[in-house]
Structure formats: structure tokens, C-alpha cells
Design a protein around this ligand. Structure first.
Ligand code: CA
Length: 221
């Protein structure tokens, strides 16, 4: 498993990285919250400190949860009840208080990883009305016709189709397609969206939810 250690204390970070590597995982370390937001896609599990130099770890958690379901384990010296409750309510998978024995830490990491694996959705073919999106073969067809999408158009369609009937926010799309949910210039999304709509039989399948994002839905005729 690929872990990301978000920790500003060099000695603590080194000990954590050593421990998870000794247990057979791969690990990278980042110091700042913004680095965690930009690089989280490299990680299958994130170990998150709360006291970070550029932003509070709970804010990092909140922003990550807007875009990803990756397991996040908080590891902090902060043990007041309020922080624990906020951390768990905001979507942390576990909340561990330093100092912690490495064997316990590794066992908790494994437990979180097992739970998230069990909950992971299947990949394969997603259907929305007469639209079929094969995420394995990276092929999209509508009423049997191959749509001939570009890579980004396909990624966009697959993301929307996997959440068919629900809104996918612009932040989720930017994060999934470009790895940066908070990209200042998001015009390229509009370009790919226009291209994708033009290739669908019914461009109106993709509904613009003003100020929030987009939703794909099967048209009821
Ligand atoms: Ca810290």
C-alpha cells in the first residue's frame, strides 16, 4: 500500500516512514497541508497530523473529503474531545493520539485499509440509459455507437456516469481529471465538457447545476 505521511516534524515523520516501510508499505512524506491537497492522488491511505505549518489539519481533512474517499487516519498530539469529534465527523477513518506504539499504529492502519477495501465499488461497465461506459476498456458507446472520446472526455463521462443522478461538483471533477481541486483556471473543463456533449446523442443528458457542478441522467422519453 502507498501511504502519504503529512507531518511537519522531521523526526516523527522519519520514524513513521521507517515503520510503515518496515511493514512492507511504501511511504512518501509531505510537510504542508497544501502539499497533501495537491498530491493526495498518489496515496492509498493518508496519515494526517493536525498541527501543520500552513493550515490546520482539520481544514486539510475537510477539503480532502470534498474530493476523495481515500482512507485518512489522523495522528496528532491533540487529544481534546472536540478535535476528536470534529475529525471523525469530518470523515476521518480513525483518530490516533501521539505518542502511539508503532505496532498499534500499523494494526490500526491495516484495519482501516481492510474496511475501505471492502467498501470499494466495483469497476467495470456503467450504464446510464442507452449510454455504456466501460472503465476497463476505456470505451464509451451510446445505443451501440462508439463515441470516440478523447482521454479527458472519457474521464469526465466516466466520473459523471459513476455518480449518475447525483451532482458531481466542479472541485471533484478538477481533482479527478487534473489532480487539483482548487485549480485557479478551470476553463479547460468547460472545453472538454462542450466536446463531450457534442458527441452524445442528447447533449442535455449532462445537466449544469448552477454554481455547483454537473449531473448526468438518463433521459425519460
Ligand atoms: Ca505538527
Amino acid at each position: 500500500m502507498q501511504l502519504m505521511v503529512v507531518e511537519d516534524d522531521d523526526a516523527v515523520a522519519a520514524a513513521l516512514v521507517d515503520a510503515v516501510q518496515a511493514a512492507g508499505h511504501e511511504a512518501c512524506r509531505v510537510v504542508r497541508g497544501t502539499d497533501a491537497l495537491l498530491q493526495h492522488q498518489r496515496a492509498q491511505l493518508i496519515l494526517l497530523d493536525l498541527g501543520l505549518p500552513d493550515m490546520d489539519g482539520l481544514e486539510v481533512l475537510r477539503k480532502l473529503r470534498q474530493v476523495t474517499e481515500v482512507p485518512i487516519v489522523i495522528l496528532t498530539a491533540r487529544n481534546d474531545e472536540r478535535s476528536v469529534v470534529r475529525g471523525l465527523r469530518q470523515g476521518a477513518d480513525d483518530y490516533l493520539v501521539k505518542p502511539i506504539g508503532l505496532a498499534v499504529l500499523l494494526a490500526r492502519i491495516d484495519a482501516v485499509a481492510r474496511r475501505s477495501k471492502a467498501a470499494a465499488p466495483d469497476t467495470g461497465i456503467v450504464s446510464v440509459g442507452d449510454l455504456q461506459v466501460d472503465t476497463g476498456k476505456r470505451e464509451a458507446t451510446q445505443a451501440g455507437r462508439e463515441l470516440g472520446l478523447t482521454a479527458k472526455e472519457f474521464d469526465l463521462l466516466a466520473l459523471l456516469a459513476q455518480h449518475a443522478g447525483s451532482v458531481v461538483t466542479r472541485e471533484q471533477i478538477l481533482d479527478s481529471l487534473w489532480g487539483d481541486a482548487f485549480m485557479a483556471v478551470s476553463r479547460s473543463l468547460d472545453v472538454h465538457l462542450t466536446g463531450l456533449r457534442a458527441k452524445l446523442d442528447r447533449p442535455g443528458m449532462i445537466v449544469n447545476v448552477r454554481g455547483v457542478g454537473y449531473r448526468i441522467e438518463a433521459v425519460i422519453e
